[in-house]
Design a protein around this ligand. Sequence first.
Ligand code: ATP
Ligand code: MG
Ligand code: MG
Ligand code: MG
Length: 562
Amino acid sequence: MRRSQMLLPTLREDPKDAEIASHILMMRAGIIRKLDAGLYTFLPLGHRVLLKVINIIREEMNRAGAQELLPPILIPASLWRESGRYDIMGKEMMRLQDRHENDMVLGPTHEEVFTHIVRENVQSYRDLPLNLYQINTKFRDEIRPRYGVMRCREFIMKDAYSFDIDEAGLEKNYQAMREAYRRIFARCGLEVVPVQADTGNMGGSNSEEFMVPSSVGEETIIHCRSCGYVANVERAESKREFSSSSKSMLPLEEIATPNVRTIEELVAFLKVSVDRFIKSLVYKTDKGFVLVLIRGDFMVNETKLKHVLECVELEQASEEEVLQITGAPIGFVSPVNLKQKIKIVADESIPFMRNAISGANKKDYHLKNINPERDFVWDVVADIHEVVEGEKCPTCGEVLRSYKGIEVGHIFKLGYKYTEAMNVRVLDKNGQSITPIMGCYGIGVGRTIASVIEQNHDENGIIWPMSIAPFHGIIVPVNMSDSRTVEAAEKLYQQLSRRFEILLDDRDERPGVKFKDADLIGIPIRITIGKSFAEEQKVELKLRRLEEKHLVPLEEVEKVFE
Ligand code: ATP
Ligand code: MG
Ligand code: MG
Ligand code: MG
């Protein structure tokens, strides 16, 4: 694609009505535009991302044995009356009448429609199990549409509905979806935590939400770091496992010092208590050096942290020692060579080591471009992690903590609610008529994309994971009035485009403008054709997520993409 021909309106300024990073960046990078409250257009760049995410979802759903179909969005109210939901759905459901004054609904969810399809087309146990899905538009007249495509009134959802002859079958379908969801989000470069969710009056422990830990999330997740208990707050409350009336935040000193006595406890502490700013310290253990990259937030400063580390009797490494381990002065250790070096010192048998990563330990020398969710994984990535005072874990009695999350997916064992209400019957092996059991499974496509941006951006813009990037690479010819540059750019564009998705920034703009735009829209690989090309036939290669630039001969560029 040629940039000069693309509808890609990037913005220099943050739009006034956008509050969170993903919304701001989706607007600034020309990914979405607002039509009205909660109604957004995906512009061409955004549409490419949308299709990639849809494609990943589709592949994984098909891999799990689900079948795609495409029902209408406009649904006769009669189906909703049958299930008994027409009157209880409230104002979130968009209602209208057709020309014959029939009541109609714009589907906010599709249990009724899929149940109807199965009722009409399935007669015998031989036709089951079935897991049917659509990737389609949903309408919900949200009371507070906000945060761009995170919560809008019209959005694309993947929703699947499974039908089985018995609970064992449902369990199998449910587990297959659970696994598919893990794969889908991992392939999108998104870190999610499956969380036990409230099943309302359905009962049972059979609903999980896939949460993206994030301070902008609207959900509250309750977590026990001792035994791994994790639930959304509604579930924790409804099961009477817990009441949130006395939620409050303890000052850090009170949490940290008395609890942290061993390396294991320190790991637990580091994993859950800090965020936002990257602090890093190198420490010695009896197994060697440990490089710790710490996410610090307003509650944690370096002094407090050192105090905690001293509790486990670790000695901080000197600058020379750090140089020795990493082979680079502290300030110049890049995430990539860092990862390689970590392998040398990491000892998987120590839990502390498992998550240990390093950075600089000197003021103003902190590593740039490290993104904790992307470059390494915490067991729990918590943006805001509060101790829930006065409440103990229902499983092990330890202190409970809470943090915020974004619900990107939801899997649910529905039971017989819809099949019974809508009278779906099939014949079992013995010729007896039975009611199939259902499950449903949803993913918000736009919300997934916004969440990926929440987890993958820096001050200059989006940093797309390759798997869902709108383009794999961008070619930036620096001087458009130099015919050799233009010619080389054109040739490279033709060559790479045969195998990869490439954007050629062929605009007659200043290089600064082009670079800023390339960073903003977050293309993973940037190839600059500038001075070194004229001098030595080399182009400059830069990965969006790293600082370093490399000069490579023109012929070798293609290898980088492989
Ligand atoms: P929420 O609690 O955020 O209102 P929900 O529980 O009502 O979401 P579900 O009915 O479980 O949503 O739908 C499945 C998925 O659809 C959600 O996990 C989310 O990713 C997405 N989704 C739901 N509502 C919206 C919306 N208004 N805008 C964008 N995506 C949405
Ligand atoms: Mg909702
Ligand atoms: Mg919800
Ligand atoms: Mg939900």
